[in-house]
Design a protein around this ligand. Sequence first.
Ligand code: AHG
Ligand code: MN
Ligand code: MN
Length: 339
Amino acid sequence: MQNPKLKQYLMCRNREGDGLSYDLISLIHEVSITCKEIASTISLGPLSGVLGVAGSENVQGETQKELDIITNDMMYDHLKFTGLTAGMGSEEIDDPLMIPEGIQRGEYLLMFDPLDGSSNIDVNISVGTIFSIVKAPKGSGEDPSLEDFLQKGTEQVAAGFVVYGPSTVLVLTTGKGVNTFTLDHRIGEFVLTEQGVTVPEETKEFSINLSNQRFWEKPVQDYIADCLQGEEGPLGQRYNMRWVASMVAEVYRILTRGGIFMYPFDTREPGKAGKLRLMYEANPMSFIMEQAGGMSSTGRERIMEVDATGLHQRVPVIMGSKNEVQKVVDYHKKAEKAA
Ligand code: AHG
Ligand code: MN
Ligand code: MN
């Protein structure tokens, strides 16, 4: 039998009691359509004529790539006419994005990182799109306020990400496990390729940008120092290291073969709690990681329980194989006790 297509699969699961609204299924499907457009643009590489920097900065003071802006516009321009969202929040835009006059406001709020890992785009390394969906507290028909977006990760009704790699894959959760869909270019559809993704509990592979080592806090310093000692050290095993600099690619690898991914707090910019953003990076990835049996923490608390105070709020991220993340949390506990 042919693998089920994304929307067909979600509708089928719903008949079996998944309890998703038809609008939520449609919204996920419409997001996936934009991701196909993004995949198509990205696959052209230099032929698209849009590689390189845009010459502008986003609200976080990061240099925007042409494709950061183009993919942001693709997402907003497609979704704003569907009648499925009441508003959107994007990494690339300071304030929430409103729905134009005369268009139905839907029941959901969509937050997204249109192009994750965009520093990799010019060098032909995997990049991706991350999205998080919550219910609009005022219901459909009304414009949301900024506060409406600021819900804890535990309130997410769906989260997903797409990796534009050698193949284009969509990883999705609606709170009942994690499934992977692969874009079949022959038919232009995402089709189910793995059901019930589970992260191995144990791992010997860590991912962290080691060049920031001198800026980390003591628990992360200690953990990595112990990893580097291998089987001679207190962790008693030899570790391997990977750093792609695209969170989507790291998380996909961890979902496939286990691992631990860290972008911890560092003191480079003490005013910022980390590099990654809570609402459209850490929360959706944490929802997926937990639904796959993994763990996700700041080192001190579960990411999905962090209070949301801003659309572009940053948070330390430690996620992946359960037992390894727990070890890093224990290093934090130990440091706190000693202090
Ligand atoms: P974005 O391209 O959306 O700004 O996100 C990039 C993030 C994340 O994907 C990755 O893990 C990390 O930044 C890489 O950071 P370094 O460049 O510090 O390695
Ligand atoms: Mn990102
Ligand atoms: Mn981005």
